[in-house]
Design a protein around this ligand. Sequence first.
Ligand code: NAP
Length: 335
Amino acid sequence: MDFNLTSIGSNKKVEPQHVNVLILGSGPAGLSAALYAARAELEPVVLTGMELGGQVSLTYTVENYPGFPDGVGGNELVELFQKQAERFGAKVEFDTAVEVDLSSRPFHVKTYNNEYLAETLVISTGATPTHLNVPGEKELTGRGVSYCATCDGWFFKDKDVIVVGGGDSAVEEGIFLTRYANSVSIVHRRDTLRAGAVLQSRAMENPKIKFIWNSVVEEVLGEDAVKSVRLKNLETGKTVEQQTDGVFIFIGHHPNTELFEGQLEKDDQGYLVTENWVRTSVPGVFAAGEVADPVFRQVITSAGMGAAAAMQAIHFIQEHSGEQSKNQILVDSKL
Ligand code: NAP
């Protein structure tokens, strides 16, 4: 891959920064990797991506991360992760990788503001909410259609909203929305929830929540704002129009792996394929968190993967330390 050393948006030449461990993404996986790599005195650099903290920063309360018996705010948890990693020398940069070349080491990574030559790479770019892909959804996003209750719930004070999905996210966010909304209707395509038992009973007991079973949203209707949805009952085939002020969609996520197309092995859903938990198909490139985990997707499992990825990166650097100084000489001689 041919990189010219020009920063995006300007003709100014930038000199690539040589780093031991470059971490893409600042969720629990990325910041835990940063903590471990920093404590090994490898001075890791974390590129935050578009959202510092990733998905957990959009979560109102995290109740299942050990050490916080009363729960902890998603944002607060991210701040604590960051502070702890920085205390040992990690650098957190508000920047996003836009191009990577993994064909040789050090790996070449281009960002909006900089360029890096990384001896090892930890990919913790997370996942993005899946869309329904029905008419009206895209047009009315931000005008009643939302993928984040914590961000947008406040706008639905005393309004009626629907939530789509039957997993932990849909039920948890549905319960959260009852703080503001007059009513929350959870539309699920089956008649059994996928969500865990505790969340299920909390939702069932909540007088503001009702369930619309065996149904899917076929269209979101409205001009400047959401007015209603067209629902189809999958058992009867009948279609009804249901008035609503908001549509919150929580039907899962897809991994953010587009940047690595053709360079790293992925599974049929786009998740990075790893062996030994965090090793990708390219030696020296490790993956942690939801980008490589279609199964567990918890804050604690992502943080654990981040720690493991950093430990593998530390070993890799130790094993290749002779090679590293040779590469460094090559890099230095090019500059
Ligand atoms: P999920 O568990 O994959 O659930 C997605 C839900 O959306 C399922 O109920 C699924 O229906 C439904 N769905 C998928 N595609 C659909 C479509 N096109 N139209 C209509 N419905 C559709 O995703 P999630 O709830 O975001 O959870 C992801 C992971 O994070 C899980 O491992 C979960 O345990 C975890 N999580 C945990 C917590 C917590 O512990 N507090 C909170 C949030 C998330 P089916 O059930 O029919 O497949």
